[in-house]
Every structure is written in structure tokens, then in C-alpha cells.
Design a protein around this ligand. Structure first.
Ligand SMILES: Nc1nc2c(ncn2[C@@H]2O[C@H](COP(=O)(O)OP(=O)(O)OP(=O)(O)O)[C@@H](O)[C@H]2O)c(=O)[nH]1
Ligand SMILES: [Mg+2]
Length: 324
């Protein structure tokens, strides 16, 4: 309780405090999405010639470009249907007007309010889940760094016991950030690590516990059952835990991301997505696809391998970045 009071008196250390800084961050976001821009541009720049008339050929070219950018066919239909109606009614007949309307439709799909981060509970327990190699551990480090800058105390829980290297990787980040890491030996029961980790978080009056989980087990069935068990155990230590389950998706995986969201949603209630490796994709449309198909908000995007390369998702900046 007192920690809250103390924290409130501290100056906000959030990087995005002034509008000037905000602009720079947006600029960085756009710059990092440059490949997405270029790739889409190849198609879109020609399509959106200012005075071009919106006709059937225009729609065909646009659809092709958007599908190439990883926008799923159902999402594409939902996106374009209201625009087609307007065109039939004699509106949006020029590419320039159409482009602005398209951006608005994209924003409608993307405007899902992410849950507050960190969640209010103290300690707050956050599970970071996803298939192997998507960037879970790196995202935990980035989130830990971010939370620390905001004045929160953080603890890492090494519940990915599948590989020794996974525990070491989290410890390395913990050392670097001076964030304690609760771990057991490789091969230990992940639920037992969660149990110990959250007990430690409570005893040490930690604000946020970030729980690293395995991306693979011997079978998918086991992985999902294991996650459910871990969540149940978390709830036994802290009421209402896990307070958030964030699913990490590698933005370069394309349409396979749909299966991953389905799979993890069956095991846990997914509060939000972290889309990583946005800096490494020439596409980016998967953000729209997942928001449309699952109505799960995108909370953060990963734009590089460094600690500061994680930003809250900004739908406006995203849309401006993908549409020239
Ligand atoms: N370019 C780029 N690389 C990233 C990003 N996020 C993670 N990576 C890299 O992706 C690789 C895998 O990241 P990890 O954090 O180890 O992924 P993981 O999901 O924990 O993997 P497992 O523990 O094996 O399941 C590492 O080389 C990271 O540096 C990102 O936003 N951009
Ligand atoms: Mg990992």
C-alpha cells in the first residue's frame, strides 16, 4: 500500500511524456516498419495514384497487395465491404478519398482497448506464452526494463524449465537489469516454479511478476495442459492470478499465427498480444488479421532485439506506416 503512495510521488519516468518525444517515438516506429512500408508500397503506391478512379481493376490490385502483406482473406473482405458499398453509392470514387477511408476502416479493426499494464493487483502475475522462438524471454526482459523505468519493482519467474539455456538466458537479463529471478533446476515442474516464484513475489512485496514459459514440450497437448496447471497454481498463491496472459506472436510467421492464437486461447484466456520482430517483416498485415479474427488487443510490438525496442502498439502510427 505504502509502495503505491511512494510511487505516486515519484516523477513519471515514462519515456513518452512530451508531445515532442512522442513524435520521435512515432518516427522511430515508422522507420522501423520501413520494410513493411516498402513492400506494401511496391503495390500500393501505384494503386493510390491521386486521381485514379476506383473501379474493379483498382479493387483487384488492392486486394492482391493487401493479401501479400499477410492480411487474411476474411479480414480483407470485412475491411473492403463497407468501402465497396460507398463506392457503389457514388462516394470514394477517387483513390485519394478511398485511401483515407481505408485507413479509417483499418483503425476501426485495430481500436481494441488494451488492458492496463501492469494490471492493478499487487503482486500482479503475468504469464508470457507463445510457441518456441517467438521472443518470449526477450519480451520479458523488455517489459521488465519498461516497468522498472516506470518505478515498479519486478521479479522474473523462470518457468520454462524445458532447457537449461532458457533459465540461463532469463538469469542473464535479470543480472543486467538487477531483477531477481526465481528458478529451479532444468526439467523441474514448471508449476512448482510458478508456486515458488509467486510466493517470493508476495513475500518481497514485488509489484509485477513476469513468468517465462516454455514454447515447447514433447507434445502440444502437454504444453497446453501444463499451462492450465500453471495458471491454476498461480491462482492458489495469488487471488485472481494470472492477472494477464500475454501471447507472443512473431510477426514474420504469417498466417500460421492464426493457429497459434487459437491453440493458446483454448488453454488460457489471452488478455493481449505482443507482436515481435515487426522490424524484420516486410508485411505487418498479421496485426490487422489477428485483431479482426480474435478481437484480442495488441498490447506491445517488438521492433528489435534491444531492451528499449518494445513499444505499446499505436494503431494510428501503424496504419500510417503501412499505407503510403
Ligand atoms: N529483430 C527482432 N528480434 C527479436 C525480437 N524479439 C525477439 N527477438 C529475437 O528472437 C530470438 C528468440 O527470442 P527469445 O526471446 O529467446 O524467444 P523465446 O520465445 O523465449 O524462445 P524459446 O525460449 O526457445 O521458446 C532472439 O534472437 C531474440 O533476440 C524483435 O522484436 N525483433
Ligand atoms: Mg525463452
Amino acid at each position: 500500500m505504502f509502495k503505491w503512495l511512494r510511487r505516486k510521488e515519484e516523477p513519471a519516468k515514462e519515456p513518452e511524456t512530451t508531445s515532442q518525444e512522442q513524435k520521435t517515438l512515432w518516427g522511430k516506429f515508422r522507420e522501423r516498419l520501413s520494410r513493411t512500408r516498402e513492400r506494401l508500397r511496391e503495390g500500393l503506391e501505384e494503386i493510390f495514384v491521386v486521381e485514379r478512379t476506383v473501379d474493379e481493376a483498382f479493387f483487384e490490385e488492392l486486394e492482391e497487395a493487401l493479401i501479400t502483406a499477410d492480411i487474411n482473406i476474411d479480414t480483407l473482405k470485412a475491411l473492403l465491404a463497407p468501402l465497396r458499398v460507398k463506392v457503389q453509392q457514388g462516394e470514394l470514387l477517387k483513390a485519394s478519398a478511398f485511401k483515407e477511408a481505408l485507413k479509417q476502416e483499418m483503425l476501426k479493426i485495430l481500436s481494441l482497448e488494451p488492458p492496463p499494464f501492469p494490471p492493478e493487483a499487487r503482486p500482479a502475475a503475468i504469464f508470457i506464452v507463445g510457441v518456441n522462438g517467438v521472443g518470449k524471454t526477450t519480451s520479458i526482459a523488455k517489459l521488465g526494463y519498461r516497468l522498472q523505468k516506470q518505478g515498479f519493482s519486478v521479479l522474473f519467474v523462470a518457468a520454462d524449465t524445458f532447457r537449461a539455456a532458457a533459465i540461463e538466458q532469463l538469469e542473464t537479463w535479470g543480472d543486467r537489469l538487477h531483477i531477481p529471478v526465481i528458478k529451479q533446476h532444468p526439467g523441474a515442474d514448471p508449476s512448482s516454479v510458478v508456486f515458488e516464484g509467486l510466493k517470493a513475489a508476495r513475500a518481497r512485496e514485488i509489484d509485477v511478476a513476469l513468468i517465462d514459459t516454455a514454447g515447447r514440450l514433447h507434445t502440444k497437448y502437454n504444453l497446453m495442459e501444463e499451462l492450465k496447471k500453471m495458471a491454476r497454481v498461480a491462482g492458489k498463491v495469488l487471488p485472481g492470478a494470472p492477472h494477464q496472459n500475454l501471447l507472443v506472436i512473431d510477426a514474420t510467421t504469417g498466417q500460421n499465427a492464426i493457429n497459434q492464437v487459437k491453440l493458446f486461447s483454448e488453454a488460457l484466456s489471452i488478455s493481449g498480444l505482443i507482436l515481435t520482430k515487426m522490424d524484420g517483416t516486410a508485411k505487418g498485415g498479421i496485426a490487422l488479421t489477428l485483431a479482426h479474427l480474435f478481437k484480442i488487443p495488441i498490447c506491445f510490438v517488438g521492433l528489435g532485439e534491444k531492451l528499449e525496442d518494445l513499444e505499446p502498439f499505436d494503431p494510428q502510427a501503424f496504419v500510417e506506416a503501412i499505407i503510403p
